[in-house]
Design a protein around this ligand. Structure first.
Ligand code: RUB
Length: 313
């Protein structure tokens, strides 16, 4: 179980972070753990491991979808089960890789030569779009927010520079100041609810508000495993609140200052122009269809949401 506990710690501490990476890492961990189980109680061991991984960070539904996908294994004997679980984990990992590439290809069409693009936090899906546009010869610039308190914007700025893309780093509160210099905004997603709302890094909804006011298109890059079956029946997405020490020094905390540190916020669908998924660019209103028809969640009216065992490439 060590391998699972270590992986869980890496997700909690954000050594492994970002919705896509977390999901992929969970699938890899379940696969690697399955290879080590030498006892008959394969199902119990796997269930326990899945539970530990699921309880690391609450907001990104990609983690839930990854675990659910891998854990829908079947088989009679332990060997059959193991084999099927490993196959499903590999399928999920391929899904992550292929989806990101496809999103880049589909999304880059929305970015024109000469565009200045604003992004927030550090989203591999959003960066895939930006990098693909650059690779296709478009001269673009990016304005990247710092994304306090964990500074994921620094990762974004570094990754863009390493790809040869011009990037300007701004503080989060300067978004409205710069929004009129921007041709479009593109961000990633931790979760997309059945009603089309986007849950992403704290501050995303403020950017969407500024973009709407300035009539700047607001785009989301999201693989279909970021859509939340749990929200089909109105379940609210849990917003992770992280430790106060990420925001304030001890001296302030010792004075009794209360700190709130939500890591994510909710952008209503009215603020979103388009969601770029690996199966096409869709309006946020199509989220329900993605969950039921693409992800195959069919449990309407049942206590438990069930997933059929369709496979993805
Ligand atoms: C990361 C974050 C990213 C999404 C999408 O938050 O909000 O925008 O996860 O990223 P944290 P990706 O750093 O707290 O995990 O497109 O890579 O899945």
């Amino acid at each position: 179980m060590d391998i699972v506990l270590r992986a869980a710690e890496k997700i909690k501490s954000m050594e492994v972070r970002g919705a896509a990476r977390i999901a992929r890492f969970a699938a890899e961990t379940l696969r690697d753990y399955a290879l080590r189980i030498r006892w008959d109680n394969f199902d119990d061991c796997m269930r326990k491991a899945a539970e530990i991984l699921l309880n690391t960070r609450p907001t990104a539904v990609s983690l839930y979808n990854a675990i659910n996908y891998v854990m829908s294994y079947s088989g009679e004997s332990v060997e059959e089960k193991r084999e099927n679980l490993i196959k499903r984990a590999e399928e999920f990992i391929n899904w992550v890789e292929n989806a990101q590439k496809r999103i880049g290809e589909i999304g880059e069409k929305r970015i024109k030569d000469g565009y200045t693009v604003m992004t927030h936090c550090n989203s591999s899906a959003a960066l895939s779009v930006i990098k693909k546009a650059h690779k296709n010869g478009k001269e673009i610039e990016v304005i990247a927010t710092e994304s306090r308190p964990r500074w994921q914007g620094h990762l974004t700025a570094r990754q863009l520079r390493e790809s040869g893309i011009k990037v300007t780093l701004i503080v989060d509160s300067a978004v409205r100041y710069f929004i009129n210099d921007v041709d479009c905004v593109i961000v990633g997603a931790d979760t997309i609810a059945a009603n089309g709302a986007l849950i992403n890094k704290i501050g995303t909804s403020q950017i969407a508000l500024a973009a709407k006011e300035a009539r700047v298109p607001f785009m989301v890059a999201a693989e279909t495993y970021k859509f939340s079956p749990k929200t089909l029946f109105g379940e609210l997405v849990v917003i992770e609140e992280r430790d106060a020490s990420e925001v304030a020094p001890k001296e302030l905390l010792d004075l009794g200052v209360t700190v709130r540190n939500p890591a994510f916020d909710v952008t209503p669908r009215e603020y979103i122009d388009v969601i770029i998924t690996e199966i096409g660019a869709i309006p946020p209103e199509m989220a329900y269809i993605i969950i039921t028809e693409r992800l195959g969640y069919t449990g309407i009216g049942e206590d438990e949401i069930t997933v059929d065992s369709r496979h993805f490439d």
